[in-house]
Design a protein around this ligand. Structure first.
Ligand code: ZN
Ligand code: ZN
Length: 225
């Protein structure tokens, strides 16, 4: 697997070390600025997620090897709501993406400078990397569909299948701190969850990051090697 980072060498090194430990896959690093890969989203001062054809083109350049992109850009999966459509990362077949834009402060506000201890920052981004790669290589039989629901506006953002064990890196997070009941919640299958903050997950997460059913369901395809 390749970690393609937009000049984030220290972050990329750390993620590589953790992902190697968790999934036991070979990883190499490549430092490249991805111009035009994430379309500019000027009204939110950010970028949209990449289009599948660009991911296919990038994938061809790297002979189909799995790519994890690490970017400082603030990413949105939609242009409807600045408060709801921002994301920490996403996962598709060729490409998984993690952005560090909202990883640097106590809350989820985007920042270029670090406002928290470096070890906490690195733990956040490594957990997201394990999570996004996990979407591609962990079987989903034991997972449930997650949806972010904004209580004030009733806006719903589908987030895909996620683990139901809240100590597992494949549990979904919708913010840095779990949102208050007034703000919203994560629907996970039939249940309403109020514990979907990244900080909360990091505090209770298994030392080995994945729960037993997730570990059992890991199946790494050829394109990772
Ligand atoms: Zn996820
Ligand atoms: Zn799990």
């Amino acid at each position: 697997m390749i970690i393609l980072h937009e000049h984030l060498p220290q972050e990329a090194e750390h993620i590589a070390e953790i992902v190697r430990q968790i999934y036991n896959i070979p990883i190499r690093l490549d430092d490249q600025i991805l111009r035009n890969f994430f379309p500019a989203l000027l009204k939110f001062q950010g970028h949209l997620t990449s289009q599948p054809w660009k991911e296919d083109t990038l994938s061809e350049i790297f002979s189909g090897e799995k790519i994890l992109i690490l970017t400082p850009r603030d990413l949105y999966c939609n242009d409807h709501s600045k408060d709801d459509d921002w994301i920490f990362g996403y996962s598709r077949e060729n490409v998984a993406v993690v952005t560090v834009a909202r990883m640097k402060k106590r809350d989820r506000q985007p920042s270029e400078t670090l406002h928290i201890p470096e070890k906490d920052y690195l733990k956040r981004i490594a957990t997201l990397a394990v999570h996004e790669i996990g979407h591609d290589i962990i079987g989903r039989e034991h997972m449930q569909p997650a949806v972010w629901i904004n209580t004030k506006t009733d806006y719903k953002l589908p987030l895909g299948p996620h683990c139901t064990d809240n100590r597992c890196a494949m549990y979904e997070v919708v913010d840095i701190q779990a949102p208050s009941k007034e703000e919203g919640y994560m629907q996970l299958g039939e249940e309403k969850k109020y514990d979907a903050g990244l900080n909360d997950l990091l505090e209770r997460m298994y030392p080995e990051m994945l729960c037993f059913p997730c570990k059992e369901a890991v199946n790494i395809p050829e394109r990772y090697y």
